[in-house]
Every structure is written in structure tokens, then in C-alpha cells.
Design a protein. Structure first.
Length: 393
């Protein structure tokens, strides 16, 4: 039960592309040397472009809509934006048109058809809105033309992998692969680590494959005295993204090593950028720990398990509609992220700096969508930016 409480609180040869790297195989870590079909980029690789962002629209916080906790957003082919509100008792999906007008609200808090208890993910594909409700263990599919409920699929926990060492398992994310198949991510939690496992699922909620992929996504820190378990605020994160072509990108954020798989989980290739991780200072250790959790149990857990010397290399990974990857890298300037835009082989197309307060959630049709939080009220908005590519000399 402790894990459940915590969850809802935070709710073989090396093939080098010689034109991209001047690194010899002896300089590379062993786990990269053992990979097949890996492209190693130079540590000083420079892009041809930078990016300029121009704010164009703000969604939310009107007389009709106020966002307390935005969970997910997606954008359809008509430029309508769908925003899921996740604050307890206010669960719903708000629809805005391309001009920023609120045009519809889908659902409300409840257990009935078209209602939600906890919206863990939303995805749009082929004029349909897919909504994963983890509390109600179901996926609902809505028509994006008239917002009517088309289909409801109940999820069956008996089909999930719940081996003895896993304390709790629940559905976490969905991706739409085609008209009949989803890629579903299940969270498996133990006392040491939280792991995402990926399976194919049909539109009736049935798991129809063996495990496609698995990825640890955060280390957990048990307090040896009390047994309370905390998420590690300092260590790496496991990130997975699915491209517009249904390729799956997987990275452990301590380094910029990206592995690429097809939709069935077969390894295709990898690319790697050597990266100088930023050092964690003593002041940051204190501040981060205080911001994260102020209990004596948390301090005991941190002291027992230790703190790494360096920050993660990256914080976010977002595939866009052009099969590009947008990643935020952590530098010595703690007020910003250095964002990189890469193609599907890791070549850097652009770099730009962005304040950490601007959290990128979606990139589509050369527009960027970001969550913005009002520091005084805590209310949130979605800000839409026009992306302009600036050629570097």
C-alpha cells in the first residue's frame, strides 16, 4: 500500500559512420562498442541552424476554462488542440480550435460512459481521440468530428505480466500504431526501480503480444529504517518515444545513447553523442532534496543510497511529426535547457536555449506547444509558438 500511495503522490561488432566521428573504438565505453549499427557523432558537432520561437496563442484560463493540472495535450490534423485536465474531481478534456477558441469539453469526472477518473494518456489518430483511464482500467475512443463516444475497451489485469518480484502493475501510456493495434506501456514497480514494459494491444483492450520492450525509468530509494520508498531526484531517467513512422526511440538519460527499434521491438540501429555532464553541487543537493521531500525518512534514503557526481545528460525527449527528436540537455546554467533537434540518425539539425519554465509538450506542423504555470495562482495554460529556423553563418 505504501507504493500505491507514493505513486499517486508523484503520481557484435561496432559499425561507425566515419564522417560523423573522430573517435576511435578504444575511446568509447564498452557498452557502446558492443552495439551493432551505431553512429557515433563528434562531441563538437555543430548544427546548421538555430531556432526562434514566436508566441502566437494562449489556451485556457478564461471564464469557461481554468486548468489546475494539465496532464497531456495532442493536436489533430485540423489544428484543434486537446488538453486533459487532471486535477481531482475536474477530470475532462478541453478542445480548442486553431484560433484559440474553446469549442468543446469532452467528459467529466465520473465512472460512466464518457467520464473519467484519472486520465493517464491521450492520443489522436485518424480522426479519433484515444483516452487511457488508469483508475477505471479502460480506454475510450471518441470521434473528433462530433466528439461522440465510439468505443469503450475494458482492460484485463489478468493478462498483464505480474511476476512475483513486481509489487504493483498498471497501464501508463498508449501509442496508436494503426487502425487495429495500440502499443501499451505498463508500469511495474518494485522497491528498487520502476520499469515500463511495452506490449501490443487490440482495440478491445486485449494484450496480443509478448513483451515488445522494457525500460527502467526511475530508480527508487527505500529508507532502510522505515521502509518508505522515494523516487530518486538525482539519477537517470528512462525515456521512450514513438516516431511518426512508429519507430521506437529508447534512451537512459545519463548519456546521449539512443537505441531505435521497430514497432515489434526489433533493434534497428543506435546513435551516440559524447556529452560532458554537468556537476551536481552541494547546494543543489540540499535545495533539490528540500524541494522534493523534507522528511527524515527521505534524508535517510538519500544518505544510504548515495548521490551521483553528475546530473543527467538530458531531461526530455519528444518525437515530432517529421521524425525528428527534440531533446533538452542539462548544462551548467540551471535556468535553461539547451534544446537539440536531431534527425532519425542523430544528426543535429538545430540548437537553441529555452528557460526551464517553458516545458515543451508537443511539436507539430512547425508549431510548438508548451505548458506554462502561473507562479502566484498555480493555474496552467498552453502556449503555442511558431517555430522559425534560423540559418547559422
Amino acid at each position: 500500500m505504501k507504493l500505491i500511495s507514493i505513486l499517486f503522490t508523484f503520481s557484435a561488432a561496432l559499425i561507425l559512420t566515419s564522417s560523423c566521428s573522430n573517435y576511435s573504438s578504444e575511446e568509447l565505453p564498452d557498452h557502446i562498442q558492443s552495439l551493432e549499427n551505431v553512429t557515433v557523432h563528434d562531441i563538437d558537432s555543430q548544427p546548421a541552424s538555430s531556432i526562434s520561437l514566436t508566441e502566437t496563442l494562449i489556451f485556457g484560463n478564461s471564464e469557461d476554462v481554468q486548468f489546475g493540472r494539465i496532464f497531456h495535450i495532442d493536436v489533430d490534423d485540423s489544428d484543434n488542440i486537446y488538453i486533459s485536465e487532471g486535477s481531482q474531481g475536474n477530470e475532462a478534456i478541453y478542445v480548442f480550435d486553431g484560433e484559440g477558441n474553446h469549442v468543446n469539453t469532452i467528459g467529466r469526472s465520473g465512472d460512466g460512459p464518457g467520464e473519467f477518473r484519472s486520465i493517464f494518456d491521450i492520443k489522436i489518430s485518424n480522426n479519433q481521440l484515444f483516452v487511457l483511464d488508469t483508475s477505471l482500467l479502460r480506454i475510450q475512443i471518441f470521434n473528433t468530428d462530433d466528439y461522440s463516444l465510439q468505443h469503450e475497451a475494458s482492460l484485463n489485469p489478468a493478462q498483464w505480466d505480474q511476476s512475483d518480484e513486481r509489487i504493483i502493475t498498471f497501464p501508463l501510456n498508449i501509442f496508436v500504431l494503426n487502425d487495429s493495434t495500440l502499443l501499451a506501456a505498463f508500469n511495474h514497480m518494485t522497491s528498487d526501480v520502476a520499469t515500463k514494459s511495452y506490449y501490443h494491444m487490440d482495440l478491445d483492450g486485449n494484450v496480443i503480444s509478448n513483451r515488445i520492450l522494457s525500460q527502467d525509468y526511475i530508480r527508487q530509494l527505500p529508507d532502510p529504517k522505515s521502509g518508505h520508498i522515494f523516487f530518486d531526484p538525482f539519477g537517470g531517467r528512462g525515456l521512450i518515444g514513438v516516431s511518426a513512422e512508429n519507430d521506437i526511440y529508447k534512451v537512459w538519460s545519463d548519456e546521449l545513447l539512443f537505441k531505435v527499434y521497430d514497432k515489434d521491438g526489433s533493434y534497428l540501429r543506435a546513435f551516440y553523442h559524447p556529452f560532458r555532464n554537468s556537476t551536481i553541487s552541494q547546494n543543489e543537493i540540499v535545495n533539490e532534496a528540500l524541494n522534493y521531500h523534507q522528511s527524515e525518512e527521505f534524508k535517510n534514503a538519500i544518505q544510504h543510497h548515495g548521490i551521483p557526481d553528475y546530473w543527467r545528460a538530458l531531461e526530455h525527449m519528444i518525437p515530432d511529426d517529421e521524425n525528428r527528436l527534440w531533446i533538452s540537455t542539462i548544462t551548467d546554467d540551471r535556468d535553461i535547457y539547451d534544446w537539440w533537434v536531431m534527425d532519425d540518425y542523430g544528426h543535429i539539425l538545430a540548437k537553441f536555449a529555452l528557460p526551464r519554465s517553458i516545458e515543451i509538450n508537443k511539436v507539430k506542423d512547425d508549431f510548438l506547444y508548451s505548458v506554462k504555470t502561473d507562479e502566484e495562482t498555480g493555474l496552467q495554460q498552453i502556449v503555442k509558438y511558431l517555430i522559425e529556423w534560423v540559418k547559422l553563418d
